[in-house]
Design a binder for this molecule. Structure first.
Ligand code: GDP
Ligand code: IMO
Ligand code: MG
Length: 430
């Protein structure tokens, strides 16, 4: 039985939610493995829009098990709010269909506060984070002072753990000239939410191993994208987790044999939200048009996304380091009506032509994209459900992209709606 991981191949918001929702029909279990509620995954089913941040996109289909793995950082208040939101939309969430790893790290209000303070301070470079506390929570995880979900079940030892964590944060807060926190208050705050989320606590690693033994199919749902990976992205303008496919395993407690196919979700152009280098950005009417036609506003924060042409050099890098076997090309319809479409095929740096993204941030800001022009199409691809409905130029664009990035298209998406999807090659049957 094949298990499939879905990861983003650019700077996030490639359409992972839509594709995971579409694929979840073919799977039994859908698992989130990294990130947190910095993610915003949009699903549109028969005209109804669902916006998910922490919950796996499989939650909207009945009969599927949704799992949040140990690699995810969980804000209990955000989770509680999201469960209420999705329940109001008629979706059932119970401790039977949602399981959360007992060893997952929690995001506390102090993490969110620190994220905001840092972003607001002009002593730091501005990353343009989602201010959800993601970075500070992962720092504490690596620093071995996190509160994990299982800790909420053991109230006798929880206060000591909180004290250790708060002591660390108070040194930082003092240094920044802010009021210190009272460990007792943090403890009480956490206790007030504990009973709400403890019912979902589970031994996720074992549950997934059992599911595999029973021949069930697992769909791993990534958040963000390879260019936001802490090691392989445009550091320091990245998120604080690894977004590449091996994290699908380490982030849920599965071994290397549990993953059979990696699907890289790739937007037919590029967007980025937040600060950082973006070689193909179009700060002109082309960028405006892409943003308008693609409704490029953050699912989560509502921020306007920066827009530009597709960068084949970057996607090729994402395919290599991400371990991507096939691409799901999304938002092809947004390119309808452009007379000429550009694809970045290399960069110029100090008069030299390079075919890779330099590692230094300063260089990433300086490089000039080298483009190949592709003829556009005037007919609509919006809502197309088969290759036959696509104009010849649109097919040529897809084929040229495949050549340039060295990977085939498995799925093609032509609108936000679940069913407006063209299956080329089933990732589960590969
Ligand atoms: P994710 O974070 O990767 O799940 O992506 P987001 O949900 O943040 O952003 C993708 C946006 O594009 C959402 O509003 C989707 O509804 C929308 N979308 C996904 N696929 C397509 C497509 O093929 N065409 C169009 N026009 N919109 C799409
Ligand atoms: P999905 O899963 C797009 C960006 C932020 C910021 C940087 C660091 O919807 O694709 P963080 O809050 O993670 O510390 O912010 O990463 N970012 C995203 N951009 N899509 C996302 O998720 C993102 N999650 C984080 O804008 O630049
Ligand atoms: Mg998103």
């Amino acid at each position: 039985m094949a298990n499939v991981a879905v990861i983003g191949s650019q700077w996030g918001d490639e359409g992972k939610g839509k594709i995971v929702d579409w694929l979840s029909n073919r799977s039994d279990v859908v698992v989130r493995f990294q990130g947190g509620h910095n993610a915003g995954h949009t699903l549109v089913i028969d005209g109804v829009t669902y916006k998910l941040a922490l919950l796996p996109s499989g939650i909207v289909r009945g009969g599927k098990l949704s799992v949040i793995g140990n690699g995810v950082v969980i804000d209990p208040w955000a989770l509680s709010k999201e469960i209420k939101y999705i329940t109001d939309l008629g979706i059932t969430v119970t401790s039977e269909n949602l399981k959360i790893a007992e060893n997952a790290t929690l995001i506390l209000p102090l993490h969110q506060k620190l994220d905001s303070l840092r972003e607001g301070s002009n002593k730091n470079i501005k990353i343009g984070t989602t201010k959800r506390g993601i970075g500070p929570a992962y720092e504490d995880k690596i620093g071995r002072r996190s509160i994990r979900l299982a800790d909420l079940a053991n109230k006798d030892t929880l206060s000591d753990k909180i004290e250790r964590l708060v002591n660390h944060h108070n040194i930082i807060l003092r240094g920044m000239g802010h009021n210190e926190l009272n460990p007792k208050e943090v403890f009480n705050e956490l206790l007030s939410i504990a009973d709400e989320i403890l019912p979902y606590k589970a031994r996720v690693s074992s549950i997934l191993s059992d599911a595999r033994k029973a021949g069930k199919r697992i769909l791993f749902e990534g958040a963000q994208g390879v260019m936001l990976d802490i090691d392989h992205g445009t550091y320091p303008f990245v998120t604080s987790s690894n977004t590449i496919s091996p994290t699908a395993l380490s982030g849920v407690g599965q071994n290397i044999k549990a993953l059979n196919f990696v699907l890289g979700i790739t937007k037919a152009y590029t967007t980025r939200v937040g600060e950082g280098p973006f070689p193909t950005e179009q700060e002109n009417e082309i960028g405006e048009e892409l943003g308008k036609k693609g409704h490029e506003f953050g699912t989560n924060t509502g921020r306007k996304r920066r827009c530009g042409w597709i960068d084949a050099v970057m996607v090729r890098h994402a395919i290599e380091v991400g371990g991507i076997d096939g691409i799901a090309l999304t938002k092809l319809d947004v390119l309808d009506g452009f007379e000429t479409i550009k694809i970045c095929i290399g960069y110029e740096l100090d008069g030299e032509i390079i075919n890779y993204l330099p590692i230094a941030s300063e260089d990433q800001f300086r490089i000039k994209p080298i483009y190949e022009d592709v003829k556009g199409w005037s007919d609509s691809t919006y809502g197309a459900r088969s290759w036959n409905e696509l104009p010849a130029e649109a097919i040529k664009y897809v084929k040229r992209l495949e050549e340039l990035v060295g990977c085939s298209v498995s799925l093609l998406s032509t609108s936000p709606e679940r069913e407006d999807t063209i299956l080329v090659k089933d990732p589960f049957e590969d």
